[in-house]
Design a protein around this ligand. Structure first.
Ligand SMILES: Cc1cc2nc3c(=O)[nH]c(=O)nc-3n(C[C@H](O)[C@H](O)[C@H](O)COP(=O)(O)OP(=O)(O)OC[C@H]3O[C@@H](n4cnc5c(N)ncnc54)[C@H](O)[C@@H]3O)c2cc1C
Length: 570
């Protein structure tokens, strides 16, 4: 079955939910009018449908392999990558001074989501390159920017992110890769990195690694780490790939999903690198890339959810099984199948709205420099990452269920969505780590950013009482519970009390946010149309989950540790 890019959904969300025209009111994005946005969505949507999507199964069935030290990518990936590059879809948000399109991140998120629906394993390549570009734009010297950014923006070169080592996963500060100063101002990098996505390919003229390493006088933990740009081939005097650097791909991982994405063990043997940012301040620079990638990984979850939903709906409209309450229809007329499909659609909509609102806050923060927008972007990012990816996993799993036994059979493709999206709740900071970030660092302002958002949801629900009384009342009540749970979190001095319930707290917060966007959609629709019916489904059947989530969130840590290792092993 074909994939259909949901361009109308983005347009609706831009116009009615997050008000993209706020961006157009800023000097930075004054030229980004509605027609430009529509044209971009149409073009990127067409490319995702016609060029990327046909390569989806190739990646699964013919994974990337390492042959004689070189990575051979899946059939059709090189050509599809070329189309992404030619369309400008790698550099959509990048600075025009270095060859980017300079568009808002909000629009980029929509483009990335469509590409992720069509082929998540391949889309991971530009996803990382985009974060890499943003980190160089923010922290590199002008010379590095001039050498690397035009090549990365055009897609001639690809960018990677090298944090993980066997003993340093979530605990990045435990890394052992070393950097030493060379006489010419460059550095020699030595060590091994694991799980490096798109560590190499057969279609990039050059692969540029952003590598975290420690100088001998760097302190322990994350504070003493520096960031280096380490190219596979060192650029010559014309800026073209020159001599090979002292680095190699040792092996590729065999994975549960995203088979088309080469996940490499990288060995650096005194490889030449150049400093990005200040010595010992690399984590700050890498966070620019990580924040970008975190939100985009949330978008991958939404993309996978959309693909899985379209697949399941098409199957449910064809498969006949038994008599349904509506007569001789297909399985779509069974109540439980309706429940699954409505859940898939409603959750995807909520996760998409949250992701786009987060991107909008980033754009507004960048365009206006306003602290409130920046705080909102920071607060929403872990929610968008975690809820987006959990939604992708949940929806893809429901997609298998809708297919019945055929969902377990690989030919239908339903299982591939579930396998591919599974990693998204793990990489770019596990969803557990995202939730800890939400209740610790993101509440360090005493809850100011959280309460600003809660006030907004509550005031919208109050206004909606006139037109959508039942739904508005349910959202208003849920917002009160959310406020109580937030107050509880803020009042816990011992962070482990917060951590014990951080995942259900994040989930509950996302539930209420999702209800807010569904209510907004219903109000924007006005009459009793599909958006209002979907909103009613979400608010009456899924929103009540928030109560359980917040009750769980406020239990504290004691009960977890009362359950001893012995008890767990009994
Ligand atoms: C396919 C794939 C692609 C990847 N791509 C890249 C890449 O391009 N670049 C890169 O650098 N890395 C990459 N990674 C690595 C990825 O980011 C890590 O796997 C991830 O950060 C988790 O680290 P870990 O695997 O060591 O798990 P661990 O850190 O060992 O975590 C195990 C469990 O413990 C929990 N945990 C750990 N620490 C804490 C804590 N302090 N508090 C509470 N819970 C905790 C985790 O949430 C998790 O549930 C990739 C991994 C995979 C599988």
């Amino acid at each position: 079955m074909p994939y259909r890019a949901p361009t109308g959904e983005y347009e609706f969300i831009f116009q009615n939910l997050i008000k993209l025209d706020q961006i157009q009111g800023t000097e930075k994005f004054a030229d980004v009018d509605g027609d430009t946005v529509s044209a971009i969505l149409t073009e990127a949507g067409r490319m995702s449908e016609e060029v990327l999507y046909p390569t989806l199964r190739n990646g699964d069935l013919t994974p990337a392999v390492l042959e004689n030290g070189k990575v051979r990518t899946s059939p059709g990936f090189a050509e599809a990558f070329q189309s992404m590059a030619e369309g400008g879809w790698i550099s959509t948000a990048a600075d025009p001074e270095y060859g980017g399109m300079g568009l808002p991140f909000t629009v980029t998120m929509a483009v990335n989501e469509m590409m992720a629906s069509a082929n998540l394993a391949l889309q991971l390549n530009p996803l990382l390159t985009q974060g890499h570009i943003e980190a160089l734009e923010a922290h590199a010297t002008e010379e590095i920017k001039q050498t690397y950014l035009p090549k990365l923006n055009s897609g001639a070169w690809n960018g990677t992110m090298n944090l993980t080592e066997p003993q340093a996963g979530s605990d990045v500060g435990a890394l052992a890769t070393k950097a030493t100063r060379n006489d010419d101002g460059s550095y020699a990098i030595t060590g091994q990195k694991i799980f490096i996505t798109w560590g190499d390919s057969d279609f990039a003229e050059n692969v540029v690694h952003l590598v975290l390493a420690r100088l001998s006088d760097g302190g322990k933990g994350t504070k003493g780490i520096s960031l280096f740009v380490v190219p596979r081939h060192i650029p010559d005097e014309n800026g073209e790939p020159g001599v090979a650097n002292s680095l190699k791909v040792v092996s590729l991982e065999h994975k549960m999903g995203i088979h088309g994405s080469p996940t490499a063990v990288m060995q650096y043997d005194g490889a030449t690198g150049w400093l990005v940012g200040e010595e010992h301040d690399g984590m700050k620079c890498m966070f620019t890339m990580m924040n970008n990638a975190r939100l985009n990984v949330g978008g991958q979850g939404v993309g996978a959810a959309e693909g899985a939903y379209q697949h399941a709906l098409a199957y449910a409209l064809e498969r006949k099984q038994g008599r349904t309450p509506l007569g001789e229809g297909t399985i779509v007329d069974h109540a439980d199948v309706r429940r699954m499909l409505a859940t898939m659609k409603a959750e995807t909509f909520a996760a998409r709205a949250i992701a786009l609102e987060t991107a909008l806050a980033i754009d507004m923060g960048n365009a206006t420099g306003t602290a409130d927008w920046k705080a909102r972007a920071a607060f929403l990012t872990p929610i968008a990452k975690s809820f987006g990816t959990d939604t992708g996993i949940k929806v893809a799993d429901l997609g298998i269920q809708v297919h019945g036994g055929m969902g377990f059979i690989e030919e239908t493709g339903a299982a591939q969505y579930a396998r591919d999206v599974r990693i998204t709740s793990i990489y770019e900071g596990t969803n557990g780590i995202q939730s800890m970030d939400l209740v610790a660092r993101k509440l360090m302002d005493g809850g100011e950013a959280a309460y600003a958002l809660i006030d907004e949801i509550e005031s919208f629900a109050e206004d909606a009482r006139g037109t959508r009384p039942n739904m508005a009342e349910a959202v208003w009540q849920a917002t009160e519970t959310l406020r109580e749970a937030t107050e509880w979190m803020v009042s816990q001095g011992n962070l482990n009390e917060r951590f014990a319930g951080c995942v259900p707290f994040l989930n509950g917060f996302a539930r209420v946010l999702g209800a807010h966007y569904h209510l907004k959609a219903a109000c924007a629709e006005g009459s009793e149309g599909p958006r209002t019916k979907l909103a009613r489904f979400y608010i009456s059947r899924l929103l009540p989950e928030h109560a359980g989530a917040f009750a769980h969130a406020m239990q504290g840590a004691k009960g977890l540790y009362d359950l001893s290792i012995g008890d767990l092993s009994a």
